[in-house]
Design a protein. Structure first.
Lengths: 361, 361
């Protein structure tokens, strides 16, 4: 039986000065409070608490520094025009976090406790939820191994933390298509590895390729599979979709691709709109053929940060492919408007995705 | 031009009580001091210092927690019977660390500064170097991203730290062969990934398989390649060797295997002894065939912690293969004695591997 845990609240003495809403950026400013909960083999999860935003203090031998046993999530809270506060499918994040935890030998979190933690933390920092168009409060739960020991084995102690950052409009001047470099040398993940888990090592593995792409004028990398270097996996840290002859395709979840929550929402929206959507193995050749014969109509990435990120150009082995004349496609725009509309509480929410928070003053 | 850096030394006020040398274990106890050096894009590496062993204090948004941008090393200092202090091939560790850093988009370290840091730190904690047979002082240099920002990109700030732990005899009752589970589902690394780098994510990825193996009575996992699940890569966190009909084989470095310093020393020793040694692609079928027809004479792992770890049994897809009747082979024992003899300053050092430290009192 799961013990009910009462979350303690210690309010900060002095509030930080808030940055202007048109200069937020992404993950640069953090709110006044954070959530912390500890774990030991003996006690399980204990002492859940909302405390003033403060440094994490770790022994230098803590396993997080050496063996990367850690998992994170990312989700957003939105302030509606009529003053309500909405979370986008938070249970999906907590459930995915637990799947990632399973893969990384990290103990499971209690879904209800995490939801309560989110509510209490957001309550404490509700004046940090930005209101300008395109802004939101980005929420970063993460869990990491803190046992001070260098043996390579799962940690006996963990810390689960939630921090929050007001983030700006991803596209302050309207949704702009990006140029993407198709990576043929470096690999992000392989079947049997940890690609499906939202764990630090996957992101570390991608930094080098991303930097190379940037030097050549591309904003992100399109990852191919680690076995054949042929089948499309993800773009940067987003899932990817291609519209070919009226049908929308996205790589099927194979264990090395992140099971994106925006991805599954897009699939649900398209199905609801009676637009054919197919999850399948997609080769880069297929996409290039469709691009050359004119049947590739749109391509876009999906993720929590940008929601929809249209792809205006691909470059694969020096072969450039311009998509939709480098402009945003009709369907990309429709999906962006629909999803952000639901998230901001402007559109109706036919799927019951949004969770309205009951914020105490 | 590299700036000469003067290393500051702040001694601890109170020394810790040292654990008994027969109860050291591995990476459980830490010495009185540690080395720290900071990096920023503007300043490069700065403020190298030996300070009392102390917690690391990080903003919760520090990139190490989220994107795993970190690299580590492991090496040992030995106290000889005549009171000298020796390091085993430390330059190799620093050079490998810089190769790992390159892969992880972490700035290069100055080899000379790191060597000086090792010497000063070991000087400060020289009374921690254990003297009992099989013991040594394990040294853990590591570097990690500390920039407080959630954007996925290489950090602008890093910390480089060295901690040290007196470690016990890996085999207190003599070198004992281990039982190894050949992993057919999970994958440690793939070509194009970060398998060659000594980075946290590789170890996190292996925890699950290691736990499964332990539950079935095996002490480590033998990793197969991520593409064909057929070619042998590493065993646990060691490199692996097989002696078949008098010739010693080890998997060739392919980018997903760690370039082990013990591995390269073993190859050099075997060559010196005129024992044929071949680096090649080795399939698990090949090893099993040699095992079944009696030509597989010995198998062993190599690494800093155990030096030589004989393999007494393999289990691959429910097919068990006992090697050398589960006992340590003649060559494994000879290699173990030779290498540990050189490391402890008992044997002569024909290759100039050992670096004698000039310890100030």
């Amino acid at each position: 039986m799961v013990q009910p845990l009462e979350i303690q609240l210690e309010r900060c003495k002095v509030k930080k000065i808030k940055p202007p809403q048109n200069q937020l950026g992404f993950g640069v400013y953090f709110t006044d409070h954070m959530f912390i909960m500890d774990y030991s083999l003996e006690k399980g999860w204990y002492q859940p608490r909302v405390v003033p935003y403060q440094p994490i203090v770790l022994d230098p031998s803590a396993k997080i520094f050496h063996y990367g046993q850690t998992v994170f999530e990312g989700l957003k809270a939105y302030r509606t025009e009529d003053g309500r506060t909405l979370l986008f499918r938070p249970q999906k994040n907590i459930q995915r976090m637990n799947r990632s935890n399973e893969r990384l030998s990290i103990p499971q979190l209690n879904e209800k406790v995490v939801l309560e933690a989110l509510e209490l933390l957001i309550s404490a920092d509700q004046d940090w939820i930005p209101t300008e168009p395109g802004t939101s409060l980005y929420i970063r739960p993460f869990v990491f191994a803190v046992q001070p020991a260098l043996g390579v084995s799962p940690s006996t102690h963990y810390q689960f933390v939630i921090i929050m950052s007001p983030v700006g409009a991803y596209y302050p001047e309207g949704v702009n298509p990006v140029k993407i470099f198709v990576e043929s040398e470096f690999v992000r993940a392989v079947i049997g590895g940890v690609g499906e888990a939202k764990t630090a090592g996957n992101y570390a593995a991608g930094l080098n390729a991303q930097e190379n792409a940037k030097k050549q004028g591309y904003s992100q990398v399109l990852w191919l599979d680690g076995i054949h270097k042929r089948y499309i996996e993800e773009v940067g840290s987003m899932n990817v979709f291609f519209k070919i002859k009226g049908t929308v395709y996205t790589p099927s979840l194979n264990g090395s691709i992140l099971d994106g929550i925006t991805r599954s929402s897009i699939i649900q929206l398209l199905t609801h709109w009676n637009i054919p959507v197919v999850e399948k193995v997609i080769s880069i050749e297929e996409v290039y053929e469709a691009g050359k014969d004119g049947s590739l109509e749109e391509a876009f990435g999906t993720g929590t940060a940008a929601v929809i990120s249209p792809i205006g150009e691909l470059s694969w082995q020096d072969d450039k492919l311009v998509i939709q004349n480098g402009l945003i496609g009709e369907l990309s725009q429709r999906l962006y408007d629909a999803l952000t509309g639901i998230q901001k509480g402007v559109n109706s929410d036919p799927f019951g995705w949004m969770v309205e928070l009951d914020l105490t003053p």
